[in-house]
Design a protein around this ligand. Structure first.
Ligand SMILES: Nc1ncnc2c1ncn2[C@@H]1O[C@H](COP(=O)(O)OP(=O)(O)OP(=O)(O)O)[C@@H](O)[C@H]1O
Ligand SMILES: [Mg+2]
Length: 332
């Protein structure tokens, strides 16, 4: 996998928000990761860890006036997305890279039918296409996501549909132009468990059929382990750990990853249950110096306060950012 050229490469990315004239707060710090063709990368972390900010930055969807991109670059097939003129980026958004959000209603217009909205997306990216052709593509897209009565759905308004149905429509919309990369930010958190399983299944099927790479963001360990080839665990806007999903889940090296796994419900079936992670994610202005996890970490030492940990290789394609990882898991 590592020999392949990445589809997306995020290098040393730092993002801050301007609060007032004097203050900026860092939301993402020195973050590097790749997404390879055809793979699913899961991004895992508690609320406020910087998962959505990271995803939104890829398509430059963060508020322009208050977002400060510090260091770093984001390369998509080798082209820099951060430096690209808005005009060119618009051609990539929705065509080469699509995004699905947690709350489908934020991306659908209540005043138009689903069919109108799907056809509009087709037409924006394929100027000159006839109305009939656009309709056929929209119909194909809703049929692909296994919606019963697709013709009727195209004539319906979003508010008449259930959450699970809307999320399918979102996937249909996102896949309309067969993107190379699909970014899903908590795509199933608002759904009940059965519907969630169906939506995840659908995403996996579309990925297998079209070879689309997926970034899936969630704080649900179960969702991540079901979907991901590789995972990246984030905390305080930084990477904690990254590697093959099985490797990270069976041999977690970062105390934060270990805490997340221990506090996941299925872990309670294990005989010796580790304690929950004490405390909660601080706001950006209260983020500790050094390793952001140091004030919640049972292994914290002075080193952890002195500066952020560097990325260290555990074994091929498994990396950890923790000053004390060798002491945390002495059997490493
Ligand atoms: N536009 C903004 N202006 C100021 N601060 C912001 C902005 N967007 C996000 N933040 C802050 O950046 C931090 C990271 O937010 P982000 O939305 O990326 O978290 P997340 O990991 O996606 O959490 P969740 O699981 O709740 O979605 C939070 O402290 C949040 O309050
Ligand atoms: Mg989020």
């Amino acid at each position: 996998m590592t020999n392949r050229e990445p589809l997306l490469e995020v290098r040393d990315l730092s993002i801050a928000f301007r609060m007032d004239r004097k203050t900026t707060l860092d939301a993402v710090r020195n973050l590097s990761f790749c997404v390879y063709p055809g793979e699913t990368l899961g991004i895992l972390g508690e609320s406020g860890c910087g998962k959505s900010v990271t995803c939104m930055s890829i398509l430059r969807l963060l508020p322009e006036k208050t977002t400060v991109y510090g260091s770093g670059e984001i390369l998509f097939e080798g082209q820099s997305l951060l430096d690209m003129p808005e005009k060119n980026l618009r051609k990539i958004r929705g065509r080469e890279i699509s995004m699905i959000f947690q709350e489908p209603m934020t991306s659908l217009n209540p005043l138009f039918t689903v069919g109108d909205q799907l056809m509009e997306i087709v037409r924006v990216h394929n100027p000159g296409i006839s109305k009939g052709e656009a309709y056929n593509l929209a119909l194909e897209a809703v049929t692909d996501v296994r919606i019963p009565n697709p013709e009727r759905i195209l004539e319906s308004y979003p508010f008449t549909m259930s959450g699970g149905m809307l999320q399918r429509i979102m996937i249909a919309m996102a896949m309309l132009n067969k993107p190379k990369l699909l970014i899903c930010d908590e795509p199933t958190t608002a759904l009940d468990v059965t519907i969630q399983a169906q939506v995840l299944d659908l995403m996996n099927r579309l990925k297998a059929e079209s070879g689309t790479s997926i970034i899936i963001v969630t704080h649900d360990l179960g969702v991540i382990s079901e979907m991901s080839d590789r995972v990246m665990v984030m905390y305080g806007g930084r990477k904690c750990e990254e590697g093959e999903a099985n490797e990270v889940f069976f041999y977690p090296k970062h105390p934060y990853t270990q805490g997340l796994i221990a506090s996941h419900p299925s872990a309670s079936l294990n005989e010796e249950r580790l304690p929950m992670i004490p405390g909660s994610v601080p706001s950006l202005k209260d983020m500790p110096k050094g390793c952001p996890f140091n004030n919640r970490c049972p292994y914290s030492t002075e080193l952890c306060v002195s500066g952020p940990p560097a990325e260290e290789t555990v074994r091929e394609s498994h990396v950890v950012c923790c000053h004390n990882w060798k002491e945390v898991t002495p059997d490493a």
